[in-house]
Write a protein that binds this ligand. Structure first.
Ligand SMILES: [Zn+2]
Length: 386
C-alpha cells in the first residue's frame, strides 16, 4: 500500500500529489525510497486508502516521529530525521554510495566486475565535457558496451543493461520510465531493450560532479584504484573524455601540446585534488587563517592552497605538509604575498606589517616549516615591494 502511494506520487509529481490529497509539504520527516524523498505523512495518509477505502485527511492523524516515521520504519522503509532531510543529497552521501557499489566478481580474475565503474566514468566524462545529463539508450548502451569490451575483464560481457539498472536502484541513476525491474531478474535485459529509456546521473549527483571538480576527481581516482588495477589509466580516462576535461581546467605552465605530457598532467591534477580534499576534510572546510566556513546548498566550500607553489620555478611538493585549507579570500592574499606565516605559524599581515593571529591547526595535519619559510621569502622578494 505504501508502494502504491509512492508510485502515485511519482506519477503525479509532488505538488499535484500533495494538492490532490490536501497535504502540506513535510517539514521534518521524509520517506526515502530508491534514492528519492517523499513527504512521509502524505504517503502514509494516502496509503491508508488500502485499509479504510479512502485516504486519511491530514487532520485525522498526526505526523512525526512517534506515528508516521515509526510506522514506516517498522515496515522496513528508510525515514530521514528533521535536519537530515537534505543530507541525502550531499557530497558525503555520494562518496559513500560510490564506495559501496555492489559488484559481482569476475570468475576469471576474481576481481570486482567493471560494468558499474565504467558506466560511472562514462557519465563523469560527460559531466566534465558539459554534455546533457540524460542520453538516449541507443547511444548509452553502444558507448558503455564498447568501454566494457575494451577495459572490462576478459569475461565481462558487454551488457550495459545491468550496471545501469544497479545504479538506478542504488539511487545514482535516473531512467525516464516507471516500473523499472531489478537488475537481478531474467527479463531485465529485455525490458531495457524494449523500453529504451533516456537515462543518466540523478540530478543531485550530476549537480555535485559538475560543480565540484575536486569531488569528481576524487571519485575518478577511487574508481581507478579499486577497479582498474593493471589497466592503462591514461587510455581509460581518454576514452571516457576525462583527460582533456581536466587539462582544460588546469593549463600547463609551458603550454606544451605533447599528448604524453598532457596525460601525465591529468593524473597529477587528479591526485592533487584528492590530497587537497583530504586536507579540507581534516579542517572541516574551515579556513585555517580566518576560521570561516562557506556553506553551500550541497555542502561547504574551501580551497586547498599550496604553501610552496607546485609549478615552475618553485617546484613545491604535493604533500600534506605543503597544503593549507583556506577560504577564497585568504587563498588570494596568501598566494599574492599579502599574508605570510612565521616559523611559529603566526599569521603575518605583510601590508599592515603586523601579526594577525595564529594559524588554525589540526593534530593530523603537520605543516612543513621549510615550505612556510620559502613562501615568506618568496613573498618578500616580489619586485616593487620593499
Ligand atoms: Zn579565511
Amino acid at each position: 500500500m505504501i508502494l502504491a502511494a509512492i508510485a502515485e506520487y511519482d506519477t503525479m509529481g509532488r505538488d499535484a500529489f500533495l494538492d490532490t490529497y490536501g497535504y502540506g509539504p513535510a517539514r521534518g520527516y521524509f520517506l526515502v525510497h530508491e534514492g528519492r524523498r517523499y513527504d512521509s505523512k502524505a504517503i502514509v495518509g494516502v496509503a491508508h486508502r488500502g485499509v479504510t477505502g479512502r485516504p486519511l485527511l491530514p487532520e485525522e492523524f498526526s505526523g512525526g516521529r512517534d506515528t508516521v516515521a515509526r510506522r514506516l520504519i517498522r515496515l522496513g522503509f528508510e525515514v530521514t530525521a528533521p535536519g537530515l532531510a537534505l543530507g541525502e543529497h550531499t557530497i558525503e552521501n555520494l562518496l559513500m554510495k560510490i564506495d559501496s557499489l555492489r559488484t559481482d566478481r569476475s570468475k576469471l580474475t576474481d576481481q570486482p566486475r567493471r560494468h558499474q565503474p565504467l558506466t560511472l566514468l562514462w557519465a563523469l566524462g560527460r559531466a566534465a565535457q558539459g554534455e546533457p545529463r540524460l542520453e538516449t539508450w541507443a547511444r548509452t548502451s553502444a558507448e558503455i558496451s564498447s568501454l566494457i569490451d575494451t577495459f572490462g575483464h576478459g569475461d565481462d560481457r558487454p551488457n550495459p543493461e545491468f550496471p545501469v539498472l544497479r545504479l538506478f536502484h542504488d539511487g545514482l541513476w535516473e531512467l525516464d520510465e516507471s516500473d523499472v525491474p531489478p537488475a537481478s531478474t531474467s527479463t531485465a535485459q529485455r525490458w531495457m531493450r524494449d523500453h529504451a529509456p533516456m537515462g543518466g546521473l540523478r540530478p543531485w549527483v550530476h549537480t555535485i560532479v559538475t560543480q565540484h571538480a575536486d569531488v569528481r576527481a576524487q571519485i575518478v581516482l577511487h574508481l581507478l584504484e579499486v577497479y582498474f588495477q593493471g589497466v592503462d589509466h591514461e587510455a581509460l580516462l581518454t576514452a571516457v573524455g576525462l583527460s582533456s576535461a581536466s587539462d582544460a581546467e588546469v593549463p600547463l605552465n609551458d603550454g606544451s601540446p605533447s599528448p604524453q605530457r598532457r596525460q601525465s598532467t591529468t593524473m597529477r591534477v587528479i591526485r592533487d585534488s584528492v590530497l587537497a580534499q583530504q586536507i579540507k576534510d581534516l579542517h572541516g572546510h574551515h579556513c585555517q587563517i580566518c576560521g570561516v566556513r562557506l556553506r553551500l546548498p550541497d555542502g561547504s566550500y574551501a580551497e586547498g592552497a599550496h604553501i610552496r607553489p607546485v609549478g615552475q620555478p618553485h617546484n613545491g611538493p604535493d604533500e600534506p605538509g605543503n597544503i593549507l585549507c583556506l577560504c577564497p579570500n585568504d587563498h588570494v592574499l596568501f598566494d599574492r604575498g599579502g599574508l605570510t606565516l612565521t616559523d611559529d605559524l603566526l599569521i603575518f599581515d605583510e601590508v599592515a606589517g603586523q601579526v594577525r593571529g595564529s594559524l588554525r591547526l589540526a593534530p593530523q595535519h603537520v605543516i612543513n616549516i621549510a615550505h612556510v619559510a620559502y613562501h615568506r621569502e618568496a613573498a618578500r622578494q616580489v619586485p616593487g615591494r620593499a
